[in-house]
Design a protein around this ligand. Sequence first.
Ligand code: F3S
Length: 279
Amino acid sequence: MAKKLGFCFGVEHAIDMAQKLLVERKKVYCLGPLIHNSQVVERLAHQGLQVVENLEQITPAADEKDTPTVLIRSHGCRPELLQKIKAKGFQLVDATCILVKRAQKLVQELHQQGYQVIVVGDPNHPEVQGVVGYAPEVIVVNGEEDISRLPPHGRLAVISQTTHSAEDFGRLVGYIATRGYEEMKVVNTICRETARRQASAVELCRLVDVMFVLGSRHSANTGELAQLCRRKGVDTYHLQDWQEFKPQYVVGKGTAGITAGASTPGWIIQEFAENLQHF
Ligand code: F3S
């Protein structure tokens, strides 16, 4: 097992908040799945958490006691959405991870200081979609092909999606630097939790013949972990849980390693490890 794996403090905090709210309040909504793990989302739905796509899907309160509560997930959201929730008279509970909040604040401040803000990350990831809302004209760079969209000169400030790989962030910052900007300010917004999981996975790759990376296929940090293990030359399988395990994955292998993304609950990891050992 990797030394560091599974739930990060941001995800744990969001789940704790949701569970507390579900005990205290009647109508609790979340815009999009609370975390990128369908098993956890299903459990919370069982306890009453309703997942909606937009605020229009929430029925307004009939009386004060009936006021809907909207929970913001750890990925955060655009600032307009927070205002809209309040304007609709809904109760707002913000479970945005403190590290995502830091990135949001930085985007705002760097723009005010006159920088063209660049976010290295996946433009379709909810965290990035939220972060870019904190300043006008923020540019998202996901690969070398996006660099041609940057302005030819000026003062740039570059931050990263919190779950991006440090290697890739560094590589893209290097490419951007070759364009010869007068000033480049780089703020490392990569979450240490992600980096720690990645370092533990790399350490484990040296000792095993096959790696299992557990977590949802929508989880960016789980995907990054799997890619990292593959780059280290180890046969790697990104699986959601034990149900996806196939015996051929371990044919001819002596030692198996297990790691898991920041949104993978302990019980999925435990179940997988026990079954694999048994197998
Ligand atoms: Fe926050 Fe890092 Fe987790 S940004 S949600 S602690 S992976």
